[in-house]
Design a protein around this ligand. Structure first.
Ligand code: ITT
Length: 197
C-alpha cells in the first residue's frame, strides 16, 4: 500500500476524510502538526492545490488536501475562503455569522452553500487529481444537533429536513460538499493505484 498524507489540521475534516477514503488502496497518514501551509490562494481550488503540493514536497509523499468553507448569499458569498479565519473558535464563528444575519429572519434570505475543493499531489508537488463539491442549504437562526464540526449546527439541508450536525456521517457524506468532491477524487485515486503508482 502506498502512503497518502492527509494534509489537514482540522480534526473534523480528518474524521470525514478518513471515513470517506477508508476502503481505498492507500494507507492514510496524518501530516505532522508543525507542517503548516499559508493559504494565499484566492479560490478554494487554489488553496487545496497549494496545501497538497507544499506538504507533498516537504514530505516527499503523495498528499491529499481539502479547502472548504461556507458561502452565504445575503453576505455576497462571505465568509467563503475566509471561513476558518472568520473568528477564533467554532462557537465564535457561528455566533458571528448568526449576528451578521440577524436582519434576515426569513429562510429564503438565509440561503447558503458549502464548497469543498480537494486536491491530490504527487511527491514532486504536481497535481494528480482535483475536484470540487457544493451543497446548498440554509443558515438556521440557532444551532441544532451535536454531531459534525465547524458550522454544522447552523447549516440546514431542506431535502433531509436536518442540520448537518443532526446527520449521521453516512448521511452527511451522501449529500455534502466533501462527500461529492471525495467521491470524484477517490475514483481517480483507485485508478492511480491500479495503474501502479
Ligand atoms: P486545514 O486547512 O488544516 O485543512 P482548516 O479548518 O483551516 O483546516 P479551511 O481553511 O479549509 O480548513 O477552512 C474551512 C472552514 O470551514 C473551517 O472553519 C471549517 O470548520 C469550515 N468547514 C468546512 N467544511 C465544513 C463542514 O463540512 N462542516 C462544517 N464546517 C465546515
Amino acid at each position: 500500500m502506498t502512503k497518502l498524507i492527509v494534509a489537514t489540521s482540522n480534526p473534523g475534516k480528518l474524521r470525514e476524510m478518513q471515513a470517506y477514503l477508508s476502503d481505498s488502496a492507500w494507507e492514510l497518514s496524518l501530516k505532522p502538526a508543525e507542517l503548516d501551509v499559508d493559504e494565499t490562494g484566492d479560490t478554494f481550488a487554489a488553496n487545496a492545490c497549494l496545501k497538497a503540493s507544499e506538504v507533498a514536497i516537504a514530505l516527499n509523499c503523495w498528499t491529499i488536501a481539502d479547502d472548504s468553507g461556507l458561502e452565504v448569499d445575503a453576505l455576497d458569498g462571505a465568509p467563503g475562503i475566509y471561513s476558518a479565519r472568520y473568528a477564533n473558535s467554532d462557537k465564535e464563528r457561528i455566533d458571528r455569522l448568526l449576528q451578521e444575519l440577524s436582519g434576515f429572519p426569513d429562510p429564503q434570505q438565509r440561503q447558503a452553500q458549502f464548497v469543498c475543493a480537494v486536491a491530490v499531489a504527487r511527491p514532486d508537488g504536481t497535481i494528480a487529481a482535483a475536484a470540487e463539491g457544493i451543497c446548498r442549504g440554509e443558515i438556521l437562526t440557532s444551532p441544532r444537533g451535536i454531531d459534525g464540526f465547524g458550522y454544522d449546527p447552523i447549516f440546514y439541508v431542506p431535502a433531509k429536513q436536518l442540520a448537518f450536525a443532526e446527520m449521521s456521517l453516512a448521511t452527511k457524506r451522501s449529500i455534502s460538499h466533501r462527500g461529492i468532491a471525495l467521491a470524484i477524487v477517490s475514483k481517480k485515486l483507485a485508478q492511480i493505484a491500479s495503474d501502479g503508482i
